[in-house]
Design a protein around this ligand. Structure first.
Ligand code: ADP
Length: 580
């Protein structure tokens, strides 16, 4: 649904785009056509103005040249003398032929005061001046002290302009002198111009032109005025033209110069091409822009979708992480609880191991207590007898012997009690000598009973290690008991306990001359409940407790072969500063 909406939106945008391109193309075409047209109109107008300026000069120059000649010549006395009644017309004609030649006029003619023809250089107008309206002016104007002027047109071949003056002046008039100017000489000059030029009279008729077909016709027949342009016709073609016009002073004529607009068809093609090029470029640009925009939008949408997906993923992962964190927390709690229970159980095991050791030792210990008790009994009997006999000094020595035996029993009992007590797991500096003393006190009865010689090295008083006194005593007791058990099968059984100091630690070795420990058993020997002893004799927890305690105090334990073939347990205990 969303997709189809988007598609129709794009469709709409594309249609709008093409409509825009069409409008733009039309506007560009219109603008370029207008621009070209205006350019060509301006060019034609410039040409017309220029043509008018130049060609008007040719006409006015020609007329100006002859305008002043008749009045000047008419005042000459020898001209006046020509009008005497005796004058010979042949002489007269020669004179004015010379004049015409010198002035470059088409003709020079003489008329009587009443307008009657006398003679002329070339016979252009060999008739009375009064015979035509136009020429009557040549007679009338000088009589009113004006310059006589007239246009003589006969068909489109002969077109002349005439200037007249009164010979003898107004006071003493004798005749009329007329100069004829051939207007076609102007047309010859104009013929050099490629642009059409025409002079019209007050009725709009063409008097002069470099376009022969216009002559004598109305200019409006060939030049139709339209808005902005003139539809001009000459030499069988039609042209779009511009006009420059000027009134000619004194003549009542109007000079028209035309500028032809360049061939619009080629320009139109160029304009079309130009606008097509602009439109196509703009359309391409627009299309590229649209594409780019479309791509950008698509990329943006994709990025937004990716970001959203990523955000969801992160949220899901965070949720999962929270869940796993919670379960981890629960697991930690369970583990902590289990560890606590384990510690408690371990403590129980240690205690059980101790009790087991005490149990094993109890038979020996009861024997150990019986012996001093018997000795005390004997010393007490002796003391009674010596008292009866009055040997007080002997009584005293027996009592002191009794006292020694009691002290020994008390010491053993104290050690046992301490050993059985719940031990403090805290690791602190403890005297190695005290540990040795307690352990030896506890195991020596058993060694004696088993017939094993216990050889214990004296420990220097400064030998202190890191640990707990009761726990390390338990370690030594366990190792020594095992060694006694192992060695007891030999004939010359012995167990040696020794200590060696190093820079960082003290090495305590329990060596026996028993059968030793096979290599394959050494990895399993510290496992709980591993025992080679018959049921009821061994529990298999002694060495596992030893390994735990050694680990607890930051020490190590190694098994090697004793030099004599028995087992050797070496304890590595961290050195501690003596703490009296
Ligand atoms: P238990 O003494 O109750 O069997 P222990 O953990 O103290 O339990 O000892 C495990 C086993 O290790 C013993 O059964 C014995 O086979 C062996 N062992 C311990 N010490 C020695 C030793 N010094 N010589 C030979 N074997 C020994």
């Amino acid at each position: 649904m969303v997709k189809s909406n988007r598609a129709s939106q794009w469709q709409w945008r594309r249609s709008a785009f093409w409509a825009g391109v069409w409008v733009l193309g039309t506007l560009t075409l219109w603008a370029s056509l207008t621009w070209v047209e205006r350019g060509s109109i301006q060019q034609a107008q410039r040409d017309a103005n220029e043509s008018l300026r130049v060609q008007a000069g040719a006409l006015t120059g020609l007329l100006d040249r002859f305008r002043s000649l008749p009045p000047i010549l008419a005042r000459q006395e020898d001209i006046g003398r020509l009008f005497t009644p005796q004058s010979d017309t042949t002489v007269l004609r020669d004179k004015i032929t010379e004049l015409a030649y010198l002035a470059g006029a088409a003709d020079v003619a003489l008329y009587r005061q009443d307008g009657g023809y006398i003679t002329s250089a070339r016979g252009l107008y060999a008739q009375d001046l009064n015979s035509q309206d136009a020429t009557a002016e040549l007679l009338r104007a000088p009589a009113e002290s004006r310059l006589g002027r007239a246009t003589l047109i006969e068909g489109d071949q002969a077109r002349y302009y005439a200037f007249s003056a009164l010979v003898g002046g107004v006071t003493n008039p004798v005749g009329v002198l007329v100069f004829f100017v051939d207007l076609s000489t102007v047309e010859q000059v104009w013929a050099l111009s490629r642009l059409p030029i025409g002079v019209t009279d007050e009725r709009g008729r063409v008097i002069l032109s470099n376009v022969p077909e216009w002559r004598g016709r109305l200019l409006s027949d060939f030049a139709r005025r339209k808005p902005n342009t003139i539809d001009l016709r000459f030499e069988g073609e039609r042209y779009a033209a511009q006009e420059a016009t000027r009134a000619l002073p004194l003549l009542d004529w109007r000079l028209h110069a035309f500028g032809i607009s360049p061939d619009l068809k080629l320009d139109q093609k160029l304009a079309l091409l130009f606008s097509a090029l602009i439109t196509v470029s703009l359309a391409m640009g627009g299309l590229l822009f649209l594409r780019r925009r479309e791509q950008l939008l698509a990329t943006e949408r994709k990025e937004r979708a990716d970001a959203l997906r990523l955000e969801r993923l992160v949220q899901r992962r965070t949720r999962d992480l929270h869940a796993s964190n919670r379960s981890l927390q629960q697991e930690i709690e369970v583990r902590t609880e289990t560890e606590r229970k384990l510690l408690k159980a371990q403590e129980e095991v240690v205690r059980s191991a101790k009790l087991a050791a005490i149990g094993q030792m109890s038979a020996t210990l009861s024997h150990e207590y019986n012996q001093p008790l018997a000795t005390i009994g004997t010393y007490a009997e002796n003391a009674e007898r010596f008292l009866e006999r009055g040997h007080v000094d002997r009584v005293q020595s027996n009592l002191s012997l009794i006292r020694q035996q009691v002290d020994r029993m008390a010491a053993l009992s104290r050690t046992l009690l301490t050993f059985a007590r719940k031990s403090d797991p805290e690791v602190r500096p403890v005297s190695l000598r005290a540990i040795f003393d307690d352990a030896v006190l506890l195991v020596s009865p058993r060694a004696r009973k088993a017939g094993v010689q216990l050889d214990v090295q004296a420990v220097p008083a400064e030998c202190w290690v890191m640990g707990s006194q009761i726990r390390l005593t338990q370690v030594l007791v366990n190792l020594a008991n095992n060694a006694i058990d192992a060695a007891s099968v030999q004939r010359d059984a012995w167990v040696r306990i020794e200590v060696q100091s190093h820079t960082e630690h003290h090495a305590v070795r329990v060596i026996d001359n028993g059968p030793g420990i096979p290599l394959e058993q050494r990895a399993a020997i510290f496992e709980p409940f591993f025992t080679t002893k018959p049921a009821g004799v061994g529990l298999g927890i002694g060495l596992s407790v030893v390994a735990d305690i050694v680990h607890e105090v930051g020490g190590e334990i190694h098994i090697t072969d004793a030099p004599g073939g028995g087992a050797q347990f070496e304890l590595i205990l961290r050195k501690a500063a003596p703490n009296p």
